[in-house]
Write a protein that binds this ligand. Structure first.
Ligand code: BTN
Length: 261
């Protein structure tokens, strides 16, 4: 692998959560670039307080510690960089038809989930940063070899999840995918450092975002609203037209709804 900032790769056969591990490392002052990868997680974390489950040894469960020197309002672009790097790595296996459902789910052409991204940071680790920019830990779970086929999915995930190997039609080498992802992430992370690079990240998200142009319901902490997703802001946030107004969604759960439903 070419030299990247992601050379310190810490590997675990089993751990509670690679995100939890790197948040603790960040609190202790760890530098940008530390990577944690696990064969299995006993308490894998998903978005919105959900859990993230995957059988041992089948999928890629990886977190990276980033310390982007950017405004707090642009920090979503760090998560975007990870999602785009995962798209880059999956496409490099020959799989086509992968896109991003805002904010950061990777999906196939049928809307089935291939990967999910969870960014976490906390005030305590920001305070302990010792002059370094505040950390953001970005974890991604990529369905690499599980499910092997639809029959392996629990009933509640039927039709909702898919793996890279299913789309590739053959098993996929997890280690090769990890190294390809980290190489792609290096290029994406470089883009975080300049205004032009950040504009490129937002533009690439727009180009690969399946949410834009669709009717959506946005679930926020204090209620929900419906509208049409019309674009991505320079900060990577979702722009939604609703009832003659435009709202920019910084965080929330977005559900694609059929027009008229
Ligand atoms: C989602 O809900 O879609 C996000 C899932 C993120 C899962 C990954 S697996 C590696 C990292 N460690 C965790 O505990 N969660 C993330």
């Amino acid at each position: 692998m070419p030299e990247t900032r992601f050379a310190d790769i810490r590997r675990f056969e089993s751990i509670d959560s690679t995100n939890r591990y790197l948040l603790d490392e960040a609190r202790a002052g760890a530098s940008e670039g530390v990577v944690a990868v696990a064969d299995h997680q006993t308490a894998g974390r998903g978005r919105l307080g959900r859990s993230w489950e995957a059988p041992a040894g089948a999928n890629l469960l990886v977190s990276v510690l980033l310390r982007p020197a950017i405004d707090p309002g642009e920090r979503h672009l760090a998560t975007t960089a990870v999602a785009l790097a995962a798209v880059d790595a999956i496409r490099a296996t020959g799989v086509v038809g992968v896109s991003i459902k805002w904010p950061n789910d990777l999906v196939d052409t049928e809307g089935r989930k291939l990967a999910g991204v969870l960014a976490e940071s906390d005030v305590a680790s920001a305070a302990a940063a010792d002059g370094q920019p505040p950390p953001v830990v970005v974890g991604i779970g990529i369905n690499v070899n599980w499910p092997a086929d639809e029959s392996e999915l629990p009933p509640e995930l039927t039709g909702l999840a898919v793996s890279v190997s299913q789309l590739a039609g053959a098993p996929v080498d997890r280690e090769a995918l990890l190294l390809s992802f980290l190489a792609a992430l290096e290029l994406r992370a470089v883009d975080l450092d300049t205004p032009a690079g950040r504009a490129r990240l937002a533009g690439d998200l727009l180009a690969d975002c399946t949410t834009v142009g669709t009717r959506v319901r946005v679930d926020l902490a204090d209620g929900s609203f419906e509208g049409t997703a019309t674009g991505i802001s320079p900060e990577g946030h979702l722009v939604v037209a609703t009832g003659g107004a435009t709202r920019t969604v910084v965080a929330g759960d977005v559900v694609h709804v059929r027009a008229g439903s």
